[in-house]
Structure formats: C-alpha cells, structure tokens
Design a protein around this ligand. Structure first.
Ligand SMILES: [Zn+2]
Ligand SMILES: [Zn+2]
Length: 262
C-alpha cells in the first residue's frame, strides 16, 4: 500500500524515512496491547502519512476515558462522566472515538463531505480500523452499520460519507456491513442548533430501522457497531441505537459506536 503513496497527504513530503518502521512500531505499541499489535502495525504502516505527521498531527485520544461515551477524563479513570450519569438511556452501550476534533479533523471532514474523496475515505476507514483494534476487537460484532443521511440530502450530495466509511471500515476488519437504518426526519444541520435539549428533540424519532430486519431471527442477541464521523453530544448515535432497539427482533442487541472524532 505504502508503495503506491508518493506523498504524505498532510505535508506533501515523501512518507518514506529510514526511521519510519521503528516509529510506526512504537506507535502501534502505544495504541494497543500485544494481542492486536500485528494488525495495528499493518494499519498504521498503510496510512499515507509520513511519521512526523502521524505523530504530530493525528490527535489520538490518550488517557482514561468515560466507560460509556469515551470522553477523556484526566482525574477519574474507570468512571462514567457526568453527562453519562445524567443522560444514559441504555440503548447505546458504549462509544469510542479515535481522535480529538481539531483543525485537521475539521479540514478532512469538510473535504470528505463535499468531495466524497475515495482516497480520503479509505484513509479515514483505516483510522477507524485502528480504533476498532484499540477498543473493540474483543467484541464479536455481527453487523456494522452507519448513521444514514436523509434521502433528500443524499440526492443533493450524491453519496453518504458515513456509509462510505462504514463499508471501507467493515472490509478492512473483515466484518459484515449492512444498511440497517434510514433517516425519516430531515433534521436541521446540527451546527445551527443550540444546546443539548434542542439536539435531543430534533433527533428524537429521526431514524427508523429498515423493515427487512424485522423478520430476521437471531440465535443470540447480536452485537452491532454504528459508524459515524463525529461524536458531538451523542444524541444522533443514541437516536440510532433506540431506533434499532425498537425492532422486536433487535430489542436485545448490544449496540456500540465508533467515530473518527469527538
Ligand atoms: Zn507529513
Ligand atoms: Zn460519558
């Protein structure tokens, strides 16, 4: 893969350096335990980035995180954050996000949304795969799905960036992708909305499960992973999880989410 990459996508310098292998190795050790080291190394090495950018520009989450939503909490490891103590509704078991949403994240998400860049979505899916090995590889997911766009937005844009990410991601970690949800309410752009309650209200009943899943039967309640680009307050992902749980056949499913940024 690296052989095809002539330039680091962040700084445009050649991604090859004598030290690359050793530093990718160190980063792989820092991000995961021994059991996931081989895929971690392979995925990091595949990123079209020079090591300097990999180390300096990717704001990987570090430190103890809220057990539920993954918020970094410096002082209280192995706890739930105040938001999760207050708002947890039991539908979304857990969220994990790979990186802090800073300058670079804003730029790549903008590029992905408005251009649907295939190379970019492949790289971001690789970062999600690194997140999967970091946080979730012990969970036997049966279904990978995504937060869907409303059909009218899909027509406008021509592609669904979260679906693109989820498909690439599922492929790279050998899981099965299915479009499980549809968006039935065209919510206002979240950035225009103020406050958590407004987000909650606008997301409430915004999603519904696709009917074909109603008739499926499961030997055991399946583990489901929802992919999205950004976790903001979690109201979108929680609305997706409760839509999945509304199907009797999936009412016992264990639902988690993985996002690139938060
Ligand atoms: Zn670079
Ligand atoms: Zn939390």
């Amino acid at each position: 893969m690296l052989g095809k990459v002539s330039r680091c996508v962040i700084c445009s310098l050649s991604p090859r350096s004598a030290m690359r292998q050793e530093r990718v190795r160190q980063l792989a050790k820092r991000l995961g335990n021994e059991s996931v080291y081989p895929p971690m190394y392979r995925l990091l090495d595949k990123l079209p980035l020079c090591v300097a950018c990999m180390e300096a520009k990717l704001p990987f989450q570090v430190g103890p995180q809220c057990l539920v939503c993954g918020r970094v909490m410096m002082n209280t490891p192995d706890e739930r954050c105040t938001d999760c103590q207050r708002y947890a509704d039991g539908h979304l078991l857990q969220n994990r996000s790979m990186m802090a949403y800073q300058e670079w994240g804003k730029e790549v998400i903008r590029q992905l949304k408005y251009r649907g860049d295939e190379h970019l979505s492949a790289m971001l899916a690789t970062l999600l795969a690194i997140g999967y090995y970091r946080y979730y590889s012990h969970i036997p997911f049966r279904i990978v799905t995504n937060v869907p766009l409303h059909p009218s937005r899909l027509r406008e844009r021509g592609f669904d960036q979260a679906a693109l990410l989820a498909k690439h991601f599922a492929e790279s970690v050998n899981l099965s992708y299915f479009p499980l949800l549809r968006r039935v309410k065209n919510t206002d752009k979240l950035s225009k909305q103020a406050g958590r309650f407004a987000r909650y209200q606008s997301m409430h009943n915004a999603f519904a499960p696709c009917e074909e899943w109603a008739s499926r039967t499961w030997k055991a309640a399946p583990h489901i992973l929802i992919i999205d680009d950004i976790y903001t307050t979690g109201s979108t992902l929680r609305a997706c999880a409760s839509a999945i749980h509304s199907l009797p056949s999936l009412s016992q499913a264990s639902i988690r989410s993985l996002t690139l940024f938060r």
